[in-house]
Ligand binder design. Structure first.
Ligand code: NAD
Length: 412
């Protein structure tokens, strides 16, 4: 790999306990009218009330939309965009999990450019900057606070849809780990596993020829020297802190480490992109009605086995950030790294198979087939993926038999 690198990030990323109290000053520097996208849970919390009071003290007029639904159905986007249109804000603030942040991005897009969100599906359809967004995550997490994508659910389509554009990177991210203290263990586990999957898929994403056009024509450019740095940092932090944070939600040091890890993972995949585990999760999530994080995490070890023939040295390289003892033999280090991912996910209650997630046996082929339609993700996978390959991964992940999977996936 050459030293080509690409980072796209918010103007300011502010990280640390209590940093949400900077919101008023930051918002007032961006305008006098703020439209806030959040959900009903967050809107009732004292932390939210304090942030709204802070906005008031700094002279920012606020309209709150608290109707965000998980996975952002299109109806929510239309509703929020109509309310924002009536209010005419200068900036949009997203406060909540990935769903609230993605809604804030979509609302800022429609508010600035009009039309229907469906006009912007895919990559690079947003013509110019959107309204400024301040993203304040409450999970650790999706990394949406720093990424160029908003993920939405369209009832007209089986799979979730994405709007990807460099203009969707928020202007400011405020990451305050205290906001994650209320995440229950399952949410902590699922969102942390999502972040680890981002980091590992970014670290092993395909390497593209570093032409001068690459960064200008592609939102996601594949593995590169700058995303690698963040991917390794994310792996290290998530391995150190995920189990601790899900076992003891009040452990603020673990919350802090995990949130920094999720942020780093967002920085990594925000330019490198993700790959096969994400492509397979779209149909898996749609058919089983399970969360994004749970799906990508249940698939990841099998995708790693599939990619092993081309990515083994990279998985071996991750053994050190995972905290594993050094091993001379590269294959042994690769095996240890995949085993460590499985053990970490099992320790926080991630299902070990797709059958345990409720996928019906007769839907396996459909998952493989539909995944191939996510061309951006499939083309970003380090090992080329055809239907047979995808089917083998789903088959192995369905049964949860990793030894059989290892033999099978490497033979094919
Ligand atoms: P979420 O935003 O969908 O929220 C899940 C639930 O957790 C909600 O009920 C919410 O109220 C609750 N919750 C959030 N924060 C909480 C807290 N601090 N305490 C208690 N409950 C809390 O969950 P998520 O995992 O953060 O986001 C998932 C969404 O993000 C999916 O739609 C996924 O596709 C998307 N996503 C986006 C990106 C991106 O870069 N834009 C990346 C990965 C995933």
């Amino acid at each position: 790999m050459t030293s080509f690198g690409l980072l796209r990030c918010p103007r300011d990323i502010i990280f640390g306990r209590g940093q949400r109290a900077a919101l008023g000053r930051i918002a007032s520097s961006l305008g006098g009218r703020a439209f806030v996208c959040t959900d009903a849970r967050m809107a009732r919390t004292p932390a939210f009330e304090d942030m709204m009071a802070d906005l008031g003290r700094t002279g920012v007029e606020v309209r709150v939309y608290d109707g965000t639904l998980v996975d952002v159905p299109l109806s929510t986007v239309a509703e929020a965009a109509a309310e924002a249109d009536a209010f005419q804000p200068d900036l949009i603030i997203g406060i909540g999990g990935g769903s609230c942040l993605d809604l804030a991005k979509a609302t800022a897009l429609i508010h600035r450019h009009g039309g229907d969100i469906r006009d912007y599906y895919g990559e690079g359809k947003v013509p110019s900057p959107i309204a400024p967004v301040i993203a304040i995550p409450t999970t650790a997490g999706t990394g949406s606070e720093v990424t160029p994508v908003a993920v939405l659910s369209d009832p007209g389509r089986l799979l979730k849809v994405g709007v990807s554009s460099v203009y969707l990177v928020p202007t400011v991210a405020i990451c305050d780990p205290e906001l994650t203290l209320t995440c229950p263990p399952a949410l902590t586990a699922i969102s942390g596993a999502d972040a680890l999957t981002h980091a590992i898929e970014a670290f092993t994403a395909t390497v593209r020829e570093a032409t001068p056009e690459l960064s200008q024509t592609n939102v996601f450019v594949g593995k590169n020297s700058l995303s690698d740095h963040f991917a390794k940092l994310a792996v290290q932090l998530i391995f150190r802190h995920l189990r601790r944070a899900s076992e003891d939600g009040s452990d603020i040091e673990a919350r802090e480490g995990l949130m920094l890890g999720a942020l780093a993972a967002g920085m990594a995949f925000g330019t490198a992109g993700t790959a096969l585990a994400h492509a397979l999760q779209y149909p898996l999530g749609a058919l089983t009605h399970t969360s994004h994080g749970e799906g990508v995490a249940a698939l990841l070890p099998y995708v790693m086995e599939f990619n092993r023939p081309v990515s083994s040295p990279l998985y071996a390289e991750l053994a050190a950030p995972m905290g594993l003892p050094p091993l001379e033999d590269e294959e042994a280090a690769c095996t240890a790294a995949i085993d460590a991912v499985v053990a970490l996910f099992a320790s926080v209650g991630i299902p070990g198979s797709l059958s345990a997630m409720g996928l019906a046996a007769d839907e396996k082929e459909r998952v493989a087939r539909e995944a191939l339609t996510a061309a951006r993700l499939i083309n970003n996978n380090p090992r080329p993926v055809e239907f047979e390959g995808a089917r083998h991964v789903v088959e192995a992940a369905f049964s949860g038999d990793r030894q059989a999977a290892r033999r099978e996936l490497q033979a094919n």
